[in-house]
Design a protein around this ligand. Structure first.
Ligand code: SAM
Ligand code: SF4
Ligand code: SF4
Length: 338
């Protein structure tokens, strides 16, 4: 039986951040002026071990979770990740085991991930323009590597891949149609994400957000679209199909069309803090409890209590939310993985 929060939302989806480090420095997530060579990330000993992650995952599944997503930071930087996937894929009740990656190391990983039992991949790729991509990855990544990674994933036997593209006005919005053209006619679907005010470091401003409505109109004018699915079932994206049968495209509209009403997601940081919202200002430290010899029953009780008191709906209240990042900073995206 799933547990229900104060808005009658069941707990279904657990996103597990495996590491707070990344080989990219996307300015909207980990701006390099803050996350430089001397920045103190978590020590390796602070990361939850694979045994601890598996133990927590089993407890979450016992509380109604059916979907697990591995993320980061960059999850492919976590050594021996395939061993964890093997462990998680054997948990009865996990219907969906997915991973989100920047794709830059997928050529080395794709086969091992598939063999370990990973079901699905999401690959982030904001543009096909090398110069713009270079800038959007903090001068760390290349489109070529990511496209090769996607090809390696196809060759390893992964089915349709979701391609996440964060759109920022004046940065990559003029490259949207190129992305659509490239992935139309393939099994993969691009999901255009509205740039969000996650964390406190990216200097987010509403003027940098390109509303999904605008992107839909742009695409529809060139490649006519038909809406086929919304966010009712807990999905974050609204899905459209190309009327000419050339595939699908999705839109994640956290800013202009909030979907808190069906939000069934919980997030775990690499050191075991549990967050009930992407925009949370504090988490519940399950990691410390784990390391103090706590029983599964206690952990399960704690998670249940936190979820049942959950009132988060940040995106619906963003306009009148007087956030003070000085006194109560929000958790950062690279800590909980989106
Ligand atoms: N490093 C991996 C990657 O980039 O796919 C996984 C972690 S990353 C934090 C997960 C997703 O969050 C990526 O698709 C990224 O583009 C997205 N993201 C990060 N910061 C964002 C922001 N401010 N607004 C919208 N999406 C963001
Ligand atoms: Fe790294 Fe992903 Fe954040 Fe980019 S979005 S800095 S790839 S964690
Ligand atoms: Fe869920 Fe928080 Fe996002 Fe709303 S703002 S959809 S509650 S994570």
């Amino acid at each position: 039986m799933p547990i229900i929060d104060t808005f009658n939302r069941p707990l279904r989806d657990l996103r597990i951040s495996l590491i707070d480090r990344c080989n990219f420095r996307c300015p909207y997530c980990m701006p390099s002026e803050k996350y430089h060579h001397a920045y103190q990330f978590l020590e390796k000993g602070q990361w939850l071990s694979f045994e601890e992650i598996e133990r927590l995952a089993r407890i979450f599944v016992g509380l109604g979770v059916t979907k697990l997503r591995l993320t980061g930071g960059e999850p492919l930087l976590r050594p021996d990740l395939d061993l964890l996937i093997r462990q998680l894929s054997t948990i009865p009740g996990v219907d969906d085991l997915a991973l989100t990656t920047n794709g830059s190391m997928l050529t080395q990983w794709a086969e091992r991930l598939k063999a370990a039992g990973l079901h699905r991949l999401t690959v982030s790729l904001d543009t096909l323009d090398e110069t713009i991509f270079h800038k959007m990855s903090g001068e760390k990544g290349s489109v070529r590597d990511v496209l090769e990674g996607i090809r390696a994933a196809e060759a390893a036997g992964f089915g349709p891949i979701k391609i996440n593209a964060v759109i920022q006005r004046g940065i990559n919005d003029h490259t949207i149609l190129d992305m659509v053209k490239h992935f139309r006619g393939t099994p993969h679907s691009v999901r255009f994400i509205e740039y969000m005010d996650v964390g406190n470091q990216n200097h987010w401003d509403l003027s940098q957000v390109v509303p999904s409505g605008e992107i839909i109109a742009l695409i529809d004018a060139k490649y006519p679209l038909q809406r086929i699915g919304g966010t009712q079932g807990g999905d974050t994206s609204e899905t459209y199909r190309f009327k000419d049968g050339q595939g699908e495209v999705g839109f994640i509209s956290s800013v202009t069309k909030a979907f808190c009403g069906t939000c069934n997601r919980l997030r775990l940081s690499a050191d075991g803090k549990m967050y009930t919202c992407l925009f949370a200002t504090h988490g519940t430290d399950l990691g410390s409890h784990l390391r103090n010899g706590t029983t599964d029953e206690f952990l399960s009780h704690l998670i249940r209590v936190v979820w049942m008191k959950r009132e988060d709906r940040y995106s619906e209240t963003r306009a009148d939310f007087q956030h003070n990042s000085q006194t109560s900073p929000k958790v950062e995206m690279y800590q909980i993985g989106g």
